[in-house]
Design a protein around this ligand. Structure first.
Ligand SMILES: NC(=O)c1ccc[n+]([C@@H]2O[C@H](COP(=O)([O-])OP(=O)(O)OC[C@H]3O[C@@H](n4cnc5c(N)ncnc54)[C@H](OP(=O)(O)O)[C@@H]3O)[C@@H](O)[C@H]2O)c1
Length: 265
């Protein structure tokens, strides 16, 4: 029997962009599978979505940095008999500062979550989407995907991976019914933004015109995902900068980034 509703699995749904994306998917009638470590926050969100939007919501609380987390998550998805139509790879970490001064285990955790877990979940959930002839993958990248960012060296490199990986897959999957979208927000008001501001004065220097509200980012991400667009940069100011960066020579973009980055660290 055909399923009535589609299911979106969202990582990092306990706060920030992932939380808002969950609300937008629920508003549009998607059932949800919610993933993050903070179970209480996920339960509150799930209950809200069931009550206000009449959708199903499963809470799959887990640490995606635990050994073999992607495999265990997919096992739990199968045990709950969920069929994932939309995978939202949103959970991510950011560390600001000089690369050589940040603890090596923090670097390893960032790469694991932003890169390895994202690729592994995609590989594990994609074949069923291809078999069904329908699916959507929404990978949360960043405007830092478009250029090197001294002071965010590893973070920007991890987001460049997400953009490149998403664009490659979106072409590879043409004709399968599955689309891949890279959502590239600029600075967005979330806990990640607040933490970075608290820890680094320079992060507070981003002009307000470039700071997005989380609801706007989620809505633009949702629209791009369901319509199958390959890349979306929410907000006109961020779109203009992301486009300009691609027009200028790489040495110039790198040098300007270096000037700003060295001042901020
Ligand atoms: N905010 C920005 O300015 C901005 C800009 C561009 C791109 N982004 C990207 O957008 C995505 C979401 O960022 P955000 O600003 O919403 O961040 P956030 O407010 O810090 O939320 C991060 C989410 O990831 C989850 N998470 C973190 N570590 C996890 C782990 N080990 N296992 C499972 N879940 C984990 C957190 O949940 P728990 O703590 O409950 O586990 C939380 O739900 C990230 O990929 C980020 O790089 C953010």
């Amino acid at each position: 029997m055909a399923r009535e509703r589609q299911t979106a699995l969202i990582t990092g749904a306990s706060g920030g962009i992932g939380h808002e994306l969950a609300l937008v998917f629920a508003e549009h009638g998607f059932d949800l599978a919610l993933v993050a470590r903070r179970q209480a926050e996920l339960e509150v969100l799930a209950e809200h979505c069931r009550r206000d939007h009449g959708v199903g919501a499963d809470v799959l609380a887990m640490d995606l940095l635990a050994p073999d987390a992607p495999g265990l998550l997919v096992q739990r998805v199968e045990e709950a008999d969920l069929h994932i139509d939309v995978l939202v790879n949103n959970a991510g970490l950011l560390d600001m500062g000089r690369f050589a001064e940040i603890d090596v285990t923090r670097h390893e955790r960032l790469l694991q979550l932003n890169v390895v877990v994202l690729a592994s979940l995609t590989r594990r959930l994609l074949p069923a989407m291809i078999d069904r002839g329908h699916g959507r993958i929404l990978n949360v990248a960043s405007t830092s995907s478009f250029q090197p960012v001294p002071s965010l060296a590893l973070y920007a490199a991890s987001k460049a991976f997400v953009l490149s990986f998403s664009e490659s897959l979106s072409e590879e999957l043409k004709g399968t019914g599955v689309t891949v979208t890279a959502l590239c927000p600029g600075v967005t008001r979330t806990d990640m933004y607040e933490r970075t501001q608290d820890e680094h004065e320079s992060a507070a220097m981003v002009p307000g015109i470039f700071v997005s509200e989380v609801g706007d980012v989620a809505r633009e991400g949702y629209e791009a995902c369901v319509s199958g667009r390959a890349v979306v940069v929410p907000g006109l100011p961020n779109r203009l900068v992301a486009s300009a960066v691609q027009l200028y020579p790489r040495w110039l973009v790198r040098s300007i980034g270096g000037l700003v980055g060295r001042r901020s660290t």
